[in-house]
Write a protein that binds this ligand. Structure first.
Ligand SMILES: Nc1ncnc2c1ncn2[C@@H]1O[C@H](COP(=O)(O)OP(=O)(O)OP(=O)(O)O)[C@@H](O)[C@H]1O
Ligand SMILES: [Mg+2]
Ligand SMILES: [Zn+2]
Length: 505
């Protein structure tokens, strides 16, 4: 019988260490800090008039970008083991001055170190949390974990407060990630992101929100800094046990998010910050997230099979006079256009998103997680590389075959037809695709041209994540109970011939 081991949920945000408690203002909360800062900023209300004018100007462009110009996978991730003492880049210094101007108390609280992400909707900085000791850091799960550790050495300096800004040698620096949301983002959208993060503050494997500041159109979200590595660096070398740990962590986050009825909508490697050394990750970027059911309009996929068949038959009967779908496209299309949320990143969008399903569920995130697994197993990143949604459908159809793709379309009342000769009726199994893309199916009798048992287990799990039918696709909670995600340290060690405990963090 296998013993199930679950990775420790709390992640290490900062290294905890001796602190000078004499100065700690335990009463003061992070919320209070946000209020203080905002109040000071409001007092300087006349600043920034120029920049404020930009707000909402590009609102429409932004929405289009949200749907059609997904984020560039080349940017974002970083591997960082710096202690923040390296020289600060000139442009970051300039950004810091601007922030100090907008939020006069900013410099007393945070010291920008470097830019760690420049995305479509924000710039993210690594910063030192200068006044960490003054606040209630209940978000710091690592500190909570270590609260019963040995007491700090007694030789702490008494003049600590004045020294605390200049890197007290008594404790390592505490870091935060500061997400400066672009002024072109709509206020509703910014509020949505912060509100969802607030709702998810206790959720395991989800990066919590410490606090947020606003002055006029300027919004800063303060998150714990999470050390992680660039996906492109570690994914080619991941073993099956590594893959299990990665997905156990990702599905823990998804289960928590989905349990609250929230769809993340943008699951991809740059939004899951994973530290392969500690084998833990956190989910970030709720900029496109939404609550399930908001804006839903009935879609055929939510009907039972018989009612759906009847509706489809009726539609076909209506179209019978036109002898079914014709090649090409109608010049004057009189059909009503169908609107559905397509926000997300190209290559990670679920088939129902591509088919413009009007009743999308949390299962769209499971598909995207499946695409990450496919990427790792096939050792190709990005795996899908389409330039638009139609091409994305073609890519999926190449794997699944026209027959299954047609059924997938029908689920949402769409007709899928193609006469591209390379797309077969039946498609290919994930096993074949994995062997091809890792150049292992050369026809030789080499045992490597067959998947190992544990790889077969991974492929079976992949099939459950990348099921074209969202209602049959595995849920995050079911995934956590799936045998592929059970971590049996003894079994793994034997399989790997290693004495290391894979769960050691
Ligand atoms: N808490 C954090 N700790 C460490 N790094 C972070 C943190 N939050 C974000 N980052 C870094 O900043 C990048 C961008 O963050 P995020 O995805 O939240 O912003 P975004 O504007 O939506 O970016 P994108 O358009 O690239 O998705 C992340 O990919 C990550 O590298
Ligand atoms: Mg992102
Ligand atoms: Zn649907």
């Amino acid at each position: 019988m296998s013993r199930r081991r679950v990775p420790k949920e709390p992640f290490q945000i900062h290294e905890d260490d001796p602190t000078d408690l004499s100065d700690v203002e335990t009463e003061e909360s992070q919320t209070q800090r946000a209020e203080d800062l905002e109040a000071e900023a409001e007092a300087e209300a006349e600043v920034e008039a120029d920049e404020a004018q930009q707000q909402l100007e590009d609102e429409e462009d932004q929405e289009n970008q949200e749907e059609d110009e997904p984020l560039d996978e080349e940017e974002g991730c970083e591997s960082d083991s710096s202690d923040g003492s390296e020289p600060v880049d000139f442009t970051v210094q300039q950004d810091m001055e601007k922030l100090n101007y907008t939020f006069p108390a900013f410099k007393d609280n945070y010291r920008l170190i470097k830019r760690i992400g420049e995305g479509t909707f924000s710039t993210v900085y690594k910063a030192e949390d200068v006044r960490y000791d003054r606040y209630n850091n209940s978000w710091d799960l690592d500190a909570r974990d270590n609260q019963w550790e040995a007491p700090p050495p007694l030789k702490t300096s008494s003049s600590s407060r004045s020294n605390s800004r200049s890197n007290p040698s008594r404790r390592p620096k505490k870091f935060v990630a500061i997400k400066k949301i672009y002024v072109t983002s709509s206020p509703t959208r910014i509020f949505n992101e912060l509100e969802l993060l607030h709702d998810l503050r206790e959720s395991p494997s989800v990066c919590p929100l410490i606090t947020a500041f606003r002055h006029s159109d300027q919004v800063l979200a303060i998150l714990p800094y999470f050390r992680h590595q660039d996906f492109r660096k570690y994914y080619p070398n991941m073993t099956v046990p590594d893959i299990k740990l990665y997905f156990r962590s990702l599905f823990t986050a998804l289960a928590a998010v989905h349990e609250k009825g929230i769809l993340h909508r943008d699951i991809k490697p740059t939004n899951f910050l994973y530290d392969p050394e500690k084998q833990r990750g956190v989910l970030v970027d709720f900029g496109l997230a939404e609550r399930e059911g908001v804006d839903h309009k009935p879609c055929l996929c939510h009907l039972d099979q018989e009612s759906r068949r009847q509706k489809i038959r009726a539609t076909y009967a209506l179209n019978a006079s036109h002898a079914g779908p014709q090649p090409g496209y109608p010049k004057n299309d009189t059909r009503p256009s169908r609107r559905a949320n397509r926000a997300g990143t190209r290559g990670f969008r679920a088939p129902e998103v591509l088919f413009k399903c009007t009743e999308q569920t949390t299962k769209i995130d499971i598909w995207s997680a499946g695409v990450i697994l496919l990427t790792i197993l096939c050792k190709r990143f990005p795996f899908f590389n389409s330039t638009d949604d139609v091409e994305a459908m073609i890519e999926i159809a190449t794997i699944f075959g026209v027959k299954r793709m047609r059924q997938a379309g029908q689920l949402h009342g769409c007709v899928f037809e193609t006469n591209i000769p390379s797309i077969g009726a039946q498609g290919f199994s994930f096993e074949k695709i994995m062997l091809w893309s890792t150049c292992r199916s050369d026809g030789s009798k080499d045992s490597k041209s067959e998947l190992t048992d544990e790889e077969k287990g991974a492929v079976e799990f992949l099939g459950r994540c990348m099921d074209l039918d969202p209602s049959r696709r595995i849920s995050a909670e079911e995934a956590l109970a799936h045998k592929f995600l059970q971590i049996d340290s003894e079994g793994e060690a034997e399989a790997e011939g290693s004495e290391e405990d894979v769960m050691m963090v």
